[in-house]
Design a protein around this ligand. Sequence first.
Ligand SMILES: Nc1ncnc2c1ncn2[C@@H]1O[C@H](COP(=O)(O)OP(=O)(O)O)[C@@H](O)[C@H]1O
Ligand SMILES: [Mg+2]
Length: 320
Amino acid sequence: MVTKVTRSSVEPNDIPAIQTSNLTKLFGSLVAVDGINLEIKKGELFAFLGPNGAGKTTTISMLSCLLKPTSGTATIMGYDINKEPYKIKQIIGVSPQETTLSEHLNSMENLALVGYLHSIEPNKLKAWSKLMLETMGLTDRAKDQVRKLSGGMKRRLSIAMALIHNPQIIFLDEPTLGLDPQARRAVWDYISRLKGDKTILLTTHYMEEADILADRIGIIDEGRIAALGTSLELKADTIETHTMVVYAWNLTQKVIMELRNRYEKIEISNGTMTLSDKKLDFKDIIDRLHAAGTVVRSAYIKEPTLEDAFLKITGKELRT
Ligand SMILES: Nc1ncnc2c1ncn2[C@@H]1O[C@H](COP(=O)(O)OP(=O)(O)O)[C@@H](O)[C@H]1O
Ligand SMILES: [Mg+2]
């Protein structure tokens, strides 16, 4: 378990952290972002989950005032991205998809560079840099040149840099892209330290990342939000059929017929019975098997995955 390291943030009145209104971006005739309407609450970790080219980076670029929308707008803590970009830049931090670290400088020096850009006083900068390195688990690598850090450490340093000026809102664009599973898990641990204290908009094409980290997920495909909700809601909304798997001895034809009369689909293979239906009554199934003298060795309801939901919503597999 990791401990939470926080600094206090200024909390103005109660407005959404991020609100978009028909946010749209065209590159020539290509519609990269197609009228996104979204509201993200303060302290929420929201994940944009979608394949390459879905419009995730373009959306983050518009929200962080690096790219002007073709039409529509958005507010960040009430400030309009089209009218108040300077206000917004003070309260957001961005860890871009391609990290922008200076390879020949060490971690402290990289943090100092962004600190100067934000005009942080030198003594505050030193203390905050130390705190951010600690938050991201890099204290013992403070003096190492970035080129000597692993991919996962570089991503964590990039997140530390996004946090240096204590922003209220952070954008993490594909924070674990290309990392091996172990390094990915470490980055997840450090991101989860920030949950609640910061509003986080994270993009990913890793299903598991969105599932584990996000309070809510927006499935984005071809510039549009195809579905929105918690991981559980997305799974529950999209999965119509439930599946139960039973490992049993002494399965008789009689009890199989009895269950076939009650449930839509039953498959038997090597002592394993798989039942599928819109509604499965776990207790009813076990009771009938016991009454028929079947020995149930184990039984479980197969949970739908976010992958099932994604496939159902977009009609596509999400390549990872
Ligand atoms: N600067 C650009 N000029 C032209 N097309 C672009 C530009 N940036 C992105 N695109 C296109 O916009 C679409 C969305 O891209 P992007 O936002 O990078 O997607 P994602 O981050 O979800 O992979 C893609 O089809 C991409 O090729
Ligand atoms: Mg991208």
